[in-house]
Design a binder for this molecule. Structure first.
Ligand code: ZN
Length: 203
């Protein structure tokens, strides 16, 4: 089980703090999850390049593709690696810079009210099962902390400009994994525990 604390940090995630964030606008709710993909260089998995990019430490001379990333200041709240390990860069209470120009329904500037989750991957190949497992667990933990109402892909909030997470992201599989989390918790909650184990009321 994952848990997101009141300060917006998930205790089960590796913490790599990014400076690429700021405060959300006052009165901005947090109700949308945005799913992305990223791999650096594209199509290559593993390594530290994504963490380095999100913390402005990427050596842009290390690979020809990185040249276009110079001066880019971006982040996401979370990255889920191929093995399911979750890295967190920005408190979910704050605004990460993941969506860019975007809109959801009538609202623009999705960074204001969304939480961005990057899956290490591409538009051209399936995601790894541990990523779905971690994504569902993380989603569930975020739902417990924030009044999330919707989840969308970057491709849905920036159509024509963005294509991630792409056709290989299995939305049905994600929903099933999320429902399994829900069932798990519901089952746990109906178990009767010995009276002595129930949390005591604090006065
Ligand atoms: Zn994206």
């Amino acid at each position: 089980m994952f848990e997101v604390a009141a300060d917006g940090w998930c205790g089960q995630a590796l913490r790599v703090v990014s400076p690429n964030c700021d405060a959300r606008p006052i009165d901005s709710g947090i109700d949308l999850l945005v799913i992305h993909n990223i791999s650096l260089p594209p199509g290559q998995f593993g390594g530290e390049s994504i963490c380095e990019l999100f913390t402005n430490r990427l050596d842009c001379d290390a690979h020809p593709y990185f040249d276009r990333l110079r001066a880019l200041r971006v982040s996401a709240h979370f990255l889920i690696r191929r093995d399911g390990v979750v890295v967190q860069f920005v408190s979910a209470n704050d605004r990460a810079w993941h969506a860019g120009p975007s809109s959801f329904g009538e609202r623009g500037r999705c960074n204001d009210f969304s939480i961005g989750i990057e899956l290490e991957g591409t538009d051209f190949e399936p995601y790894a099962e541990p990523q779905y497992v971690s994504l569902a667990a993380l989603t569930f933990a975020l739902q417990a902390r924030y009044r999330l109402t919707d989840v969308a892909g970057h491709e849905h909030i920036a159509p024509g400009r963005k294509t991630d997470p792409g056709p290989f992201f299995d939305w049905r599989h994600y929903r099933r994994a999320l429902n399994r989390q829900l069932l798990l918790v519901q089952k746990c909650s109906v178990l009767g525990f010995p009276t002595s184990l129930r949390p005591e009321k604090s006065i």
